[in-house]
Design a protein around this ligand. Structure first.
Ligand code: SF4
Ligand code: SF4
Length: 484
C-alpha cells in the first residue's frame, strides 16, 4: 500500500506510503469494469485534460453495499456546516426533537437549515471543535435509545409542479450543500443570474480522490434518485441537457445509470479518463466539453453548472418527500478501520463514536483524514463530528509512516511539478517565492489565485517540498489583506 498526504496539517510528505509517481493508470486496482459497451467505448474515447497524476486508487470494498451505522448516543451539529452565514437555532436546551425536524433555520440567502438526524433531546447549544480546528457554536443532541431509521418529520411535495424559483427555495429547505466537500449551498449554486443562461448541467461522478467510493456506490445503488435530482437541477437552472461524467474505472456505475437515462437524450452519461484531479470542475468541463474556464471565471460564465452526484442523488430522494439532509454516505477506509466500507452516517456523529464502532483497536497512534488523502483535512480531535461535507474518514497507523520522507530537500529543478499541474502553473517558481514570502509576486506574476490546491505538485516532487501547503499559507496571508 502506498499513499501521500498533503493535508492542512502538513502530513502530505508521508511518502513512506507514497506510490511511485510513474505508476501510470494504476487506478483500476480492485475495480471490476463491466465488460460491455462502456468498456469498448472507453478504449477509443478517453476524454481528459492536460497534465494531472495517477495515484494508486486504494478503492476497496467495491462490491459491498452501503450500510447504516447505528445511532451514537450523542450528536454534535455545528451551525456552520456550509459556506456562508451559520444557521440560527430554532430549539432550546431541554427541548425534544424528532428525526427530520428542522432545528436551525437559514440565516439569509447564503445559508441553509439544519435538521435533527435522530429522535432525542437538546442537551446543549455550545462551542464545540470542528475539523477546521476552530470551535463553532453547535447543537448537542442526546439521542434516544429507541430512535429508529424512520424519518418522523416531512412535508411531501409535488416537485413537478414547482417553478424554478420554487425549486430553488425547496432545495434550500432541504439544507442541501455540495456534498463533494465544497459545502457551497446548493440553492445558491442553482440560482444563476439571468445574464448567464445555462445550457448544460454537468454531473460530476468522477470521485478521483483515492480511497473514496461513496459517490460510486450511490451511482450504482441509487440511479433513479440521481436522475430525479438531475432533472430537478436542470429545471432550476434552465439547462436543456445534462451530462454525467464518470471516470472509466467505474464503468459498472455507468452501466447502472444507462437504463434510467431518458430516451429523449436530454441526460447522457459519459466515461472520462481516470486521472487525478478529473473531479475538479474546470478539469471535468475541459474533458467533457473541450472548453477552458478562463482564469478568474466561473463555469456559469460559459453557460455551465456543475453538481456532484452525491448532492443530486440526495436531492432526488429528499425533495419529493419534503425532508432535510440528516445523514450522508461516508467512506471508512485505511488500516486503522476494522469495518471498511461505505455507510449512511447520521450528521453530527463524532469521530470518537465512529472509531469506537468501526476503528481497529490495535491502531492506537492514528493519523485521521476527513475527505480524500489529496485534498482532505487532517484532524486530531476525536470530538470533531461528521458534517455535510464529510465524504470520507481515512485512518492510518503512524507506525507505517517513514519519518525520512517527512523531510524536505532543496529543489533540483526537475520540472516534475510543472508537468503535473493541471492549471498550467509554475509550482517551482511559486515554491521559491513562497520560501522568500514574496506573496504579492506569487499572486501578481505567477497566478497563485488559479491554484485550487489539488496537490499534484506536492505529490510528484522528489524533494518532498510541501508546495501546496506553502500555497495555502500564501493565499491565507493574502486573503487577510485583500481578496485574491
Ligand atoms: S500549483 Fe496548485 S493547481 Fe497546480 S498542481 Fe500545485 S496545488 Fe495543484
Ligand atoms: S518537483 Fe520539486 S524538485 Fe522538481 S522542480 Fe518542482 S519543486 Fe523542484
Amino acid at each position: 500500500m502506498s499513499l501521500t498526504f498533503h493535508s492542512e496539517a502538513g502530513l502530505a510528505k508521508d511518502s513512506s506510503l507514497l506510490p511511485a509517481p510513474s505508476a501510470q493508470l494504476s487506478l483500476t486496482e480492485g475495480v471490476r469494469p463491466f465488460p460491455g459497451l462502456a468498456s469498448l467505448f472507453s478504449l477509443w474515447h478517453r476524454a481528459s485534460f492536460a497534465r494531472g497524476i495517477h495515484p494508486d486508487a486504494h478503492k476497496d470494498k467495491l462490491s459491498d453495499p452501503i450500510r447504516h451505522m447505528p445511532f451514537p448516543s450523542k450528536l454534535v451539529l455545528p451551525l456552520a456546516q456550509h459556506i456562508g452565514k451559520p444557521s440560527l437555532p430554532l430549539v432550546t436546551v431541554g427541548e425534544e426533537v424528532m428525526r427530520g425536524q428542522p432545528i436551525a433555520s437559514a440565516d439569509g440567502a447564503m445559508s441553509v437549515p439544519i435538521h435533527a438526524p435522530a429522535d432525542g433531546v437538546v442537551e446543549a447549544i455550545t462551542l464545540m471543535p470542528t475539523a477546521r480546528g476552530t470551535w463553532t457554536e453547535s447543537i448537542v443532541l442526546r439521542v434516544y435509545e429507541a430512535s429508529t431509521q424512520e424519518v418522523r418529520w416531512s412535508n411531501p411535495q409535488d416537485v413537478e409542479s414547482l417553478g424554478p424559483q420554487q425549486l430553488i427555495a425547496a432545495v434550500q429547505d432541504c439544507g442541501m450543500v455540495g456534498l463533494g466537500g465544497a459545502t457551497f449551498p446548493s440553492h445558491a449554486k442553482l440560482n444563476v443570474p439571468e445574464q448567464h443562461p445555462i445550457h448544460t448541467l454537468i454531473v460530476n461522478g468522477c470521485e478521483c480522490e483515492p480511497y473514496l467510493t461513496c459517490d460510486y456506490k450511490l451511482m450504482r445503488e441509487r440511479p433513479q434518485d440521481l436522475i430525479a435530482g438531475t432533472r430537478i437541477a436542470m429545471r432550476a437552472v434552465g439547462a436543456a441537457r445534462a451530462i454525467i461524467g464518470v471516470e472509466d474505472n467505474k464503468l459498472d456505475a455507468l452501466e447502472a445509470l444507462r437504463p434510467h437515462l431518458p430516451a429523449d437524450g436530454s441526460i447522457t452519461a459519459r466515461a472520462v479518463a481516470t486521472k487525478y484531479p478529473q473531479g475538479a470542475e474546470k478539469m471535468l468541463i475541459k474533458s467533457l466539453l473541450g472548453v477552458d474556464v478562463p482564469a478568474g471565471g466561473l463555469p456559469m460564465h460559459l453557460g455551465i453548472v456543475v453538481n456532484n452526484v452525491g448532492t443530486l442523488a440526495l436531492l432526488g430522494r429528499l425533495m419529493p418527500a419534503g425532508q432535510g439532509l440528516i445523514e450522508r454516505v461516508v467512506t471508512l477506509a485505511g488500516p486503522g478501520i476494522k469495518k471498511p466500507g461505505d455507510y449512511w452516517i447520521p450528521l453530527g456523529t463524532t469521530l470518537r463514536s465512529v472509531l469506537e464502532w468501526a476503528g481497529e483497536p490495535s491502531c492506537t497512534d492514528r493519523e485521521i483524514i476527513l475527505g480524500g488523502p489529496m485534498m482532505g483535512q487532517a484532524v486530531t480531535s476525536l470530538d470533531v463530528p461528521v458534517t455535510k461535507g464529510t465524504s470520507g474518514i481515512l485512518v492510518f497507523d503512524k507506525r507505517m509512516l517513514d519519518p525520512i520522507t517527512r523531510n524536505s530537500w532543496a529543489c533540483i529543478h526537475c520540472g516534475e511539478c510543472v508537468n503535473a499541474c493541471p492549471m498550467g502553473l509554475n509550482p517551482t517558481q511559486l515554491g521559491m517565492l513562497a520560501a522568500k514570502r514574496e506573496y504579492d509576486e506569487m499572486s501578481d506574476q505567477f497566478h497563485l489565485g488559479d491554484c485550487f490546491e489539488c496537490g499534484c505538485c506536492t505529490y510528484v516532487c522528489p524533494s518532498h517540498i510541501p508546495l501546496v501547503q506553502q500555497f495555502k499559507a500564501a493565499k491565507a496571508f493574502l486573503r487577510e489583506r485583500k481578496p485574491l
